[in-house]
Ligand binder design. Structure first.
Ligand code: SF4
Ligand code: SF4
Length: 365
């Protein structure tokens, strides 16, 4: 651990990945291919200490995610603790195990916001993508419970070539279910998404049509429901600022307590990620080599080093550079200025068929 560098701003958000366990098996899941077993998960007191240290560090929001965070029996206790230390709490859930009694406990504990994910609008397609029979009816019931409890709701759809033609119906469903915000996010290709990329990546025509539909509908929802639309990196000519820049905005804690600059960071085997069992969050944020390695712009190779956009996209995504180039320190090949941009162009599909069979994640116990 290096000396503390106070010039670095504190993180805004804490992503608390409470568990990798989940009743679904979404084919684009961002969880790692090797998931953490339940026995390795950080215990209640460990998570409470993380929440306290996050608030002390200057974090404003905690996002409880997973896997399915509802699989943790202590979720209410953690939500209550987040409220006690003055963190805004957001629950990112598939909703399939929600009951009125559990929701009432979460609300009573101080939960501020719920982000509910759907895999599609039609049950058959949604349940094929998520790998769980009966999930859609449970999700719809969950959305109604959230509306009755008057908790702020965002509905999230991850889109790809097998559901992208439904974006208009997705927006309509989110509004009907009382969402204040809907997020239509094209799949990110790491973790299980990368493994299933050939079955998920839309064609250029499919992407353009989905963008057209979203932009045509947006004005009609103004003032009633916000629409976030996130396009796939592979069709971009400049990358997105992944996580707002490495070690700039977010700190992610894995189920076992390892601190990561983003949830896919453990794919970078050349870095070692410190555990919250051994170090405080402040020591990790300011001093850990894993956080400082790609922080700022000093680490950048050309063409990023001399590029006018380097403090806008922070060089793009390190995990994508690793996945496509085998080198986490390379310019993100999504960038058209990268000498290896053809790696991305080669992956683009030529047709619009369903592609190969899905590979489903197997859940840890
Ligand atoms: S993406 Fe699907 S499988 Fe992965 S954690 Fe979320 S609901 Fe579970
Ligand atoms: S060269 Fe680097 S900094 Fe410039 S746009 Fe591309 S990825 Fe961003």
């Amino acid at each position: 651990m290096n000396a503390v560098t106070q010039a670095i701003a504190p993180p805004m958000g804490l992503l608390a990945e409470l568990t990798h366990r989940c009743p679904l098996s979404c084919v684009y899941c961002s969880n790692p291919l090797e998931m953490e077993r339940a026995a390795a998960e950080l215990d209640t007191e460990g998570w409470k200490r993380v929440l306290t240290e996050a608030a002390d560090l200057g974090v404003l929001q905690v996002h409880f995610s997973g896997g399915e965070p509802m699989a943790r029996r202590d979720l209410e206790e953690l939500v209550r603790h987040a409220r006690e230390v003055d963190l805004y709490s957001n629950l990112i859930t598939s909703g399939v195990t929600m009951t009125e009694a559990r929701l009432a406990k979460l609300v009573e504990a101080g939960l501020d916001h719920i982000q509910l994910s759907f895999q599609d609008v039609e049950a058959e397609s949604a349940e094929r993508i998520g790998g769980m029979k009966g999930a859609q009816a449970r999700k719809l019931a969950c959305a109604r419970m959230i509306r009755e409890a008057d908790v702020a709701l965002t509905i999230n759809f991850v889109v790809h070539r097998q559901n992208v033609q439904h974006v208009g119906a997705m927006i309509a469903l989110a509004h009907e279910l009382g969402a204040r915000r809907v997020e239509i996010a094209h799949t990110q290709y790491y973790g299980w998404g990368l493994l299933n990329r050939d079955a998920l990546l839309p064609s250029r025509a499919q992407l353009d049509e989905s963008t057209r539909v979203v932009e045509a509908l947006r004005p009609g929802y103004e003032g009633r429901m916000a629409i976030d639309y996130i396009t796939p990196d592979y069709y971009a000519s400049e990358p997105k600022p992944c996580m707002g820049g490495w070690g700039r905005r977010f700190i992610n804690i894995s189920p076992a307590g390892r601190a990561l600059p983003c949830h896919a960071a453990e794919t970078i085997k050349t870095l070692s990620f410190p555990s919250v069992k051994d170090f405080s969050l402040a020591e990790i944020w300011y001093g850990a080599e894993a956080f400082n390695r790609f922080r700022g712009t000093d680490w950048m190779p050309e063409p990023c080093r001399g590029c006018a956009f380097k403090e806008q996209d922070w060089g793009g995504c390190r995990c994508q550079a690793l996945a496509l180039m085998g080198d986490a320190a390379a310019t993100d090949p999504v960038c058209s200025r990268s000498p290896f941009h053809d790696k991305v162009l080669e992956a683009l599909p030529v047709g619009e068929g369903v592609g190969p069979e899905f590979v489903y994640r197997k859940n840890p116990r």
